[in-house]
Unconditional design. Structure first.
Length: 234
């Protein structure tokens, strides 16, 4: 009769717990393999600090708008979402309600924020997470990071690239603008225990991640930053 090594069983259970925490906080990971060299990489331009201030929490005021550029911003909505669709109508509703809202810059900022949030979660960087998440979402992320720290596990990840970022829904909830985006990203992720034993993931395998995140901002606020208020999976 073969006996199961108890220490091996213990680490297997921990790996399942960590995998569940990752899935519930960040979304679904499909495990579809792709060579790293064939994956689309997010261009460095997406980190331009002028993009809707999604990654910024430096307290800078919204730039004063001198000219009425509503028509240009409405055209951007048509470029991002097909005209006469709910997404397009929702973007235009935000354009009309918020003179600082530029659909193109928002999408660029959202792409940059996705990478920053995913990487900050992997690194346990609570300061960065707190600047980008609503208090409710921050509580969930913090709990997952805390659980990981208790087990002595660490995550090493590489954000290979963002394959898609498509609007799922958009609209106004009172004076709060809400935009949900489905992100499809490529990552390399590996989780190790204190002895540097691999307990989850693969340091040499690219996997696909699917996240549906909702960002929100009060259009009357002087704060230009959008916050992540909900996470899910497709």
């Amino acid at each position: 009769m073969e006996f199961v090594d108890l220490s091996t069983l213990f680490f297997l259970v921990l790996a399942v717990v960590i995998a569940f925490q990752l899935r519930s906080v960040l979304g679904r990971r499909t495990g579809r393999e792709r060579p790293p060299t064939d994956v689309f990489r997010t261009p460095d331009e997406s980190r331009d600090d002028k993009v809707v201030a999604l990654p910024r929490r430096d307290g800078q005021p919204v730039p004063e708008i001198v000219e009425d550029d509503t028509e240009e911003r409405l055209r951007q909505a048509d470029q991002i979402a097909k005209p006469d669709t709910p997404a397009n109508e929702g973007l235009k509703a935000i354009v009309e309600a918020d003179r600082s809202f530029e659909p193109r810059r928002f999408m660029e900022g959202a792409r940059a924020a996705h990478e920053m949030i995913v990487q900050a979660f992997a690194q346990g960087d609570r300061q960065t997470l707190r600047s980008l998440l609503s208090p409710e979402v921050m509580a969930d992320f913090d709990a997952a990071v805390t659980e990981r720290e208790k087990t002595g596990h660490t995550i090493e990840s590489t954000y290979v690239g963002l394959e898609k970022a498509d609007i799922r829904s958009v609209g106004m909830n009172g004076r709060e603008a809400n935009i949900s985006i489905r992100f499809v990203s490529q990552m390399i992720t590996a989780t190790y225990d204190e002895a540097r034993t691999l307990v989850d993931g693969d340091p040499e395998q690219v996997t696909e991640g699917v996240d549906v995140w909702t960002f929100a901002r009060n259009v009357d606020s002087s704060d230009p930053n959008w916050l992540l208020i909900a996470t899910g999976e497709s």
